[in-house]
Design a protein around this ligand. Structure first.
Ligand code: SF4
Ligand code: SF4
Length: 122
């Protein structure tokens, strides 16, 4: 039984960005898009509280979320996007995992917490 299978609903790509991008990620996403890092920063990122975040579009979704294709930078998306839902908080705390299940339809509700934790290590 798979503990997680993304339904591409975009729920986790919605909202005022909490997706921080680090220098290595900026380089790899820029390379993927075929633009210079400074152009990527100017077009797609916002600086807040000393961190760089992916911006959000007028619809409130991440600038790289597309309703038909989902994540437009999927092969090179930020590590934090790739890691979801196996965040340390979800793996280390059953109550947090329960909350994550409510937020993300991709987390299999029939899968036990123990199995979720086991699959997070793969
Ligand atoms: S909320 Fe879950 S199922 Fe929906 S896009 Fe995000 S990871 Fe996939
Ligand atoms: S980079 Fe992709 S996966 Fe991450 S928030 Fe944006 S659209 Fe979603």
């Amino acid at each position: 039984m798979r503990a997680f299978e993304c339904k591409m609903c975009g729920e986790c790509c919605y909202g005022k960005g909490g997706i921080i991008v680090e220098q290595e990620e900026i380089k790899r996403i820029s390379r993927f898009l075929g633009i210079a890092p400074k152009v990527f920063l100017a077009r797609f990122c916002e600086k807040r509280n000393g961190h760089l975040y992916l911006g959000t579009g007028p619809d409130g979704f991440c600038v790289f979320f597309d309703r038909e294709k989902a994540c437009l930078i999927h092969p090179v998306k930020p590590d934090i996007c790739s890691l979801w839902p196996f965040y340390p908080a979800n793996v280390n705390d059953k109550e947090t995992w329960e909350l994550a299940k409510d937020a993300c339809p991709g987390i299999n509700p029939d899968c036990s917490f123990e199995e979720f934790v086991r699959q997070s290590k793969k």
